[in-house]
Ligand binder design. Structure first.
Ligand code: SAH
Length: 227
């Protein structure tokens, strides 16, 4: 996975490559899908959600510019894999999930002694998971040096811009429900630099600062996702 899907496609950050190489991805999947853990695509997890393709996890993590001690907000805990990659690099992660059962499973998983940081402490020492609507961020713990949104949004939610530290980076898939572009936002004072890094497909961000109800309703009737 690291050589072909990540390094072979241009992921260069050695911290990201090492973290993804060290983590057993099979521990983040339902048991019947463990054999598919290194598959080159997204896979279903519980509650009709998905764990992202390894390449997309690598790219988003690299675009965040992670380093030990960095304060990161993740929106969309899902399986907990993305949070684990950041924690393994040494980031201090606050991750928000709207489905309580996914949050509970991820918490248990990340406390496992087999998922440790390089010093042998459980990854849960570096990750706090909260249940709620992350589309509006987590104001009381702001500002964040990095914000990573692992669900699709129609535009960059304003509360997330406000909660980004000066010089901080926000990585988020933006676009309509069917397909999005991966966007990196870097805050420079009151200004925001934005760059696009190609197409991607995510499950939707559901919340106050995301898609309106009519758009979601149309998608529910057409789309494969249970949202
Ligand atoms: N990062 C995850 C993949 C996330 S899939 C991983 O590594 O496995 C997207 C997740 O975002 C889903 O679990 C979904 O329930 C969650 N989600 C959608 N809208 C949300 C919101 N407003 N706040 C928090 N979580 C949200």
């Amino acid at each position: 996975m690291v050589e072909h899907q990540l390094r072979g496609r241009g992921i260069r950050d050695e911290r990201v490559l090492a973290a993804m190489g060290d983590l057993p991805r099979e521990m983040f999947l339902p048991p019947n899908l463990a054999d598919e853990a290194y598959f080159d695509g997204a896979l279903p997890i519980d509650a009709g959600q998905t764990i992202s393709q390894p390449y997309i996890v690598g790219l988003m993590t690299e675009l965040l510019g992670p380093h030990p001690g960095m304060r990161v907000l993740e929106i969309g805990t899902g399986s907990g894999y993305q949070a684990a990659v950041l924690a393994r690099i040494g980031c201090d992660v606050l991750s928000i999930e709207r489905h309580p059962e996914l949050a509970a499973t991820a918490r248990t998983r990340l406390a496992a002694p087999t998922l440790a940081d390089p010093d042998g402490a459980p990854l849960s020492d570096h990750i706090r998971i909260e249940v709620g609507d992350g589309s509006v961020g987590w104001r009381i713990r702001a500002p964040f040096e990095g914000i990573i949104v692992t669900a699709a949004a129609p535009r960059v939610p304003d509360p997330l811009r406000r909660q980004l530290a000066d010089g901080g980076r926000l990585v988020i898939p933006i676009g309509p429900l069917k397909t999005q572009e991966l966007i990196q936002v870097i805050r420079r004072g009151d200004g925001f630099e934005e760059r696009s890094f190609g197409a991607c497909v995510f499950v939707p961000l559901i919340g106050a600062a995301a898609y309106d109800e009519a758009t979601l309703h149309a998608h529910r009737r057409l789309g494969p996702f249970r949202i």
